[in-house]
Design a protein around this ligand. Sequence first.
Ligand code: ADP
Ligand code: MG
Length: 276
Amino acid sequence: MENIIRCDSLVKIYKTDDLEVMALQGLDLEIAKGELMAIVGKSGSGKSTLLKILGGLERPSAGKVIYNDTALNEFSEQELFGYRNNNIGFVWQKSSDNLLKYITASENVAMPLIFKGIKEKERRDRAHLLLDMVGLSDKYDSYPNQLSGGEQQRVAIAVALSGEPDILLMDEPTGAVDRKTSEELQDLFCRLNKEKGITIIIVTHDVSLAEKVDRTVMISDGKISSERLLDGEYSVLDKAGRVRLSKELREAVGINSNRVKLEIEGGKLTVVPSEV
Ligand code: ADP
Ligand code: MG
């Protein structure tokens, strides 16, 4: 299948006064056009950093993101701004990061269209259509604080879609809502993905979401360590052929040094703990 995004050896280093944090450590990832993908991983593993780089909010310290056939690192600030506005929609966990609280749901959704030079009547019509699509036909004129957490996230999705992006990036969008609301939002993501063919990438802690997507990638220490596809879980080799053995796997077979033996037998590769 055709890729919409390819990440090549992405590195991101954050420098603070007295230390450097390597949030991404040579991350490789391909995302197919129209894919519905989840990203999971412990806090601090680099998930949000990856989303910000994919969305052109931050630039990597090294490595590349290829969008269709274009390398984002070759974009000027102006071009990156255009990419963010025309190709990407963002939904964050916190409602206050998604919505302006002093304007209505409909005005929030219409806002990105102002910058595209669309006239007021058409902006309102389009905002209403988008709110219909996310199931909020009766909330056009409600202010964010008059809406439930789940409804606010629906408005946020409508805002993200109003610029007609081809990629929707969501950072823990169900992190602050209850179980039932989360399920309803998940059904909405699935529907948008199927009906509109939009590529959706969701960072989540929610295992029930992981069951509904085409693919779940696990990120640990700034790299993709494994992937779950419909037929099971796979470890991922990096470009140099390295594979990560998680702490759980190492403990399960008693690997407690930094050496293992690799043995080939009957078409299988076995990892044997070292005796010394
Ligand atoms: P996750 O979303 O998986 O919890 P993040 O991508 O937010 O992880 O962070 C990865 C690492 O980078 C963490 O150690 C975090 O503290 C660090 N980090 C993230 N953003 C910044 C920043 N703006 N300045 C300094 N360090 C940062
Ligand atoms: Mg995060």
